[in-house]
Write a protein that binds this ligand. Structure first.
Ligand SMILES: NC(=O)c1ccc[n+]([C@@H]2O[C@H](COP(=O)([O-])OP(=O)(O)OC[C@H]3O[C@@H](n4cnc5c(N)ncnc54)[C@H](O)[C@@H]3O)[C@@H](O)[C@H]2O)c1
Ligand SMILES: O=C(O)C[C@H](O)C(=O)O
Ligand SMILES: [Mn+2]
Length: 593
């Protein structure tokens, strides 16, 4: 028997709708604006509320694109797109889908960082779910407003403490939850109304926000310790109770909480921390592709991670897992990884100040007695890494001398400055490529334009090494197979799949990762890889998942058929005998609609 589909109806079937008139025009899930047909205008009391011409979605996209261009700055474009999302969801996603490369940097990194920094100033209409640490008892009832069991597939939650590299943004953290979910729909094909963005407002330690009279969040220092843990646990348990099928995605939590929470909840539910695991998956895919280019085994590479926080230690762990998978013992895998943080190379003598995630990688002081372990250049000279990763938020720290030192020891240094937003990158790709005469294999956390080298005239496209390439596929896979949890094997499957999509496999000077414009297709394949692993490990709760990969009735088609597309569906008036619950079930949307 074929597997039941999580999204039971194909996208193009009529959409039941109980709204009419102006209420319908103000509901982004149903609103079609000038695209409402004559029949719909008559049926849904819209006559006289719209100009007479009925437009196509393409015409609307054309108009919206013109309005987008008229915005003077990226932040104005971001605000324009936010208001479009609040008006007409299909048009919003259709506009993005047709212009992914152009608009992703506006709705996501780096511009979304600026929008989050100005959240309380730019605020117009609330979007998302706001949970307040002082009102723990209301968590479940507030969340229940987002639907019943079966209505929510994916939740992104942030407590706003470490947004990108810009630190504590308090309640503005809702912006990163929303932005990640936009990608989940755009690239991962999840139904926008079956996702929920959440911010856990626990106060803020950002003095600018505390002193801003227009700040919209809780104006008090961050709640810590037991009270914080109880609040997070109340939220997580409410999610498990109300939405037992949902994948919970943690985003931009602070260094003291991110990994702790992941380790606490990972064994018992379907959750991931994107900064730890999403980042590690995409970075390992880039490293895997680079290893193919330089004709080395991943398991033989030496990796130096600069910035050993949430993302840096996540990458270190994933690299260690990849090396041990190849058969090497764990001690040997760990010995190929060097972590550097504010105090320099992490050493045994630092052990009282190291985080639990850093500790396993600390080095014997005696091995570095003759090296200035606080100086990255000296470390590169001594360690001779094949791979240099930046997750430090320390801009321009990969200097010309460091990069040139690295290329003395390895023919094609793999250099990954990943700190977002753009201004925090450890190096700019144009510099790295110039300093190495195009030899470096570079990928960056934020998008960069192609680089043409003056000497040779050769142009290099720059791979974007952002977890945006990883989490939509992982999320889609876990949602569709109703995975019990997210295992290491599933992450390794995602890495392999992503690496296989690297343009560098065909041309050694091409990017190490697929283009963001292709992420929707790539996410489908990543989802298939994740589902395969889940089935093998007995972690898929959906029975009868297709065994064949390709063709009619194959896994790829099963996944693709369930991916939401931004297309108008004809509206069908909800009949009085249909309960709103039944209508929602058929529609596959939460209570928000
Ligand atoms: N490209 C991606 O997909 C991606 C994913 C996650 C995080 N990031 C970026 O990585 C950066 C770090 O994020 P995080 O979540 O790990 O933050 P974090 O605060 O957990 O970690 C940052 C680490 O860098 C260290 N650090 C700060 N200044 C340093 C310096 N001068 N020298 C060495 N180490 C220094 C800090 O002590 C900390 O351990 C951010 O800019 C974030 O945007 C990128
Ligand atoms: O949000 C991003 O652009 C990637 C990553 O999650 C980050 O925190 O920088
Ligand atoms: Mn993040």
């Amino acid at each position: 028997m074929p597997a039941p589909q999580v999204y039971p109806l194909p996208a193009r079937t009529p959409l039941p709708c109980a709204l009419e008139g102006r209420a319908l025009l103000s509901t982004p899930t149903f609103n079609k604006g000038s695209a409402f047909s004559a029949t719909e205008r008559a049926t849904f009391a819209l006559e006289g509320l719209l100009p007479s011409t009925v437009q196509t979605l393409d015409q609307q996209v054309q108009r919206a694109h013109g309005q987008y261009y008229a915005c003077g700055s990226d932040i104005a474009k971001n605000a324009f797109l936010t208001s479009m999302k609040e008006q007409n969801e299909v048009l919003y996603y259709a506009l993005l889908a047709r212009n992914v490369k152009e608009m992703l940097p506006v709705v996501y990194t780096p511009t979304e960082g600026e929008a989050i920094g100005n959240y309380s100033r730019m605020f117009r209409r609330p979007d998302g779910c706001f949970l307040n640490v002082l009102e723990k008892e209301k968590v479940e009832s507030v969340l229940a407003e987002w639907g019943g069991e079966g209505d929510v597939d994916y939740i992104v939650v942030s407590d706003g403490e470490e947004i990108l590299g810009i630190g504590d943004q308090g309640v503005g953290g809702i912006g990163i939850s929303i932005a990640k979910l936009v990608l989940m729909t755009l690239c991962g094909g999840l139904h926008p109304n079956r996702t929920t963005p959440v911010v856990l407002d626990c106060g803020t330690n950002n003095p600018d926000l505390l002193n801003d009279e227009l700040y919209l969040g809780l104006r008090q220092p961050r709640v810590r310790g037991k009270e914080y843990d109880d609040f997070v646990d109340t939220f997580v348990q409410a999610v498990r109770k109300l939405f037992p099928n949902a994948t919970l995605h943690f985003e931009d939590f602070g260094l003291g909480n991110a990994r702790r929470l992941l380790e606490k909840y990972r064994p018992e539910m379907t959750c991931l921390n994107d900064d730890i695991q999403g980042t590690a998956v995409v970075t390992m895919a880039a490293i895997t592709a680079a290893a193919w280019v330089i004709k080395m085994q991943v398991s033989d590479l030496r990796v130096l991670v600069y910035g050993a926080g949430t993302a840096g230690t996540g990458i270190a762990d994933q690299f260690r897992n990849a090396v041990t998978e190849s058969g090497k013992p764990i001690e040997e895998a760990v010995s190929q990884i060097w972590l550097v943080d504010k105090q320099g190379l992490l050493l045994h003598s630092h052990s009282s100040t190291l985080t639990p995630a850093q500790k396993p990688y600390a080095r014997a002081d005696s091995d570095f007695a003759s090296v200035n372990t606080k100086d990255l250049l000296s470390l590169v000279r001594s360690i001779k890494p094949h791979v240099l990763i930046g997750t430090s938020t320390h801009p321009n720290s990969f200097t010309e001398s460091i990069v040139k030192e690295m290329s003395k020891h390895v023919p094609r240094p793999i250099i990954l400055p990943l700190s977002n937003p753009t201004r925090l990158h450890e190096a700019r790709p144009s510099d790295v490529l110039t300093w190495t005469d195009g030899k470096a294999l570079v990928a960056t956390g934020s998008p960069f334009p192609p680089v043409t080298l003056g000497k040779t005239g050769k142009t290099y496209d720059i791979a974007e090494c952002n977890n945006a390439t990883a989490f939509p596929g992982i999320g889609l896979g876990t949602v569709l197979c109703r995975a019990d949890r997210i295992s290491d094997k599933m992450l390794l499957g995602a890495i392999r799949c992503l690496a296989e999509h690297a343009p560098a496999l065909k041309d050694p000077d091409a990017p190490l990762l697929p283009d963001v414009a292709d992420v929707r297709g790539v996410s489908k394949d990543v989802a298939c890889a994740v589902i395969r692993c889940a089935v093998e490990e007995g972690l898929a709760r959906v029975a009868g998942i297709p065994e064949e990969e390709e063709g009619e009735g194959g896994l790829k088609m099963w996944v693709e058929m369930q991916m939401w597309e931004p297309e108008y569906r004809p509206l069908r008036k909800v009949r009085p005998e249909e309960s709103s619950r039944a209508a929602r079930g058929e529609l596959g949307v939460g209570r928000r609609a």
